[in-house]
Design a protein around this ligand. Structure first.
Ligand code: NAG
Ligand code: NAG
Length: 214
């Protein structure tokens, strides 16, 4: 099914967008799709040329152009795939330092995939539905919390302040993919509890496919 997933994303992808953030602790790396949801293609953290993020920097901070930190892509994918927007704090990716003393940047290439984007607060239901002759295909799902301003109404601050509860799950895909409609309960009973004490939500995205087309 992995091959299938990749092919579907290729078919739906519209154009690639690039976001580059010079490493500055006040400067978050922010990805956003006006239409559809984020699908991260590639991520780079380090420095491979002398031009990007060079303004106002002394030459010795630009001298190493073979500096990169491996593994960054998985972190960004976990935080961003299937969402409408996401923010990566540079504090999350700067360690270990791949080239001490060099001024670095974080660059992400991603596409915006047209998809239905749903959020169900903990203890409520997400309803996925497609038209006649179509089938649900789940692109991504997360049960946890990555944003303070979602599912926060009448919740005490200590239940919404942990935005590092990233918990990608395959359960929605297992239950809903290839169905025409599907209802799933956003609850610890279904997904386990990735962050006790935090009020969570299920965030997911899916597309409707016509299995007979193409
Ligand atoms: C993003 O795409 C541009 C243009 O194709 C390319 O030059 C750059 O290396 C890519 N960046 C990453 C992180 O793959
Ligand atoms: C959901 O799908 C089933 C058959 O797959 C159908 O009988 C039912 O009416 C559908 N419900 C909605 C709300 O579309």
């Amino acid at each position: 099914t992995n091959v299938c997933f990749t092919e579907i994303l290729v078919i739906l992808a519209v154009s690639t967008e690039t976001v580059t953030t010079c490493v500055d602790y006040n400067n978050p790396h922010y990805l956003e799709c006006e239409n559809g949801v984020i699908n991260v293609k590639s991520v780079f953290y380090g420095r491979t040329n002398k031009v990007i993020c060079s303004e106002g920097r002394p030459p010795h901070q630009l001298s190493n152009t073979e500096c990169s930190q491996p593994g960054t892509v998985n972190f960004v994918k976990d935080r961003c795939n299937g969402r409408k927007s996401c923010e990566i704090s540079l504090n999350d990716i700067i360690n270990p330092d791949p080239c001490y003393g060099i001024y670095k940047y974080l660059q992400t290439n991603f596409t915006c995939v047209p998809a239905v984007h749903l959020i169900a607060c903990e203890h409520s239901y997400a309803h996925l539905t497609c038209g006649q002759g179509e089938a649900i295909f789940v692109l991504g799902a997360n049960y946890g919390r990555q944003d303070r301003n979602i599912c926060y109404v009448s919740r005490p601050p200590n239940q919404v302040q942990n935005v590092y509860c990233s918990n990608p799950t395959q359960i929605v895909a297992q239950r809903c993919s290839w169905e025409r409609n599907c209802t799933i309960y956003a609850s610890n009973l279904i997904f386990g509890d990735p962050c006790p004490g935090t009020f969570k939500y299920l965030e997911l995205s899916y597309v409707c496919l016509n299995p007979l087309a193409g």
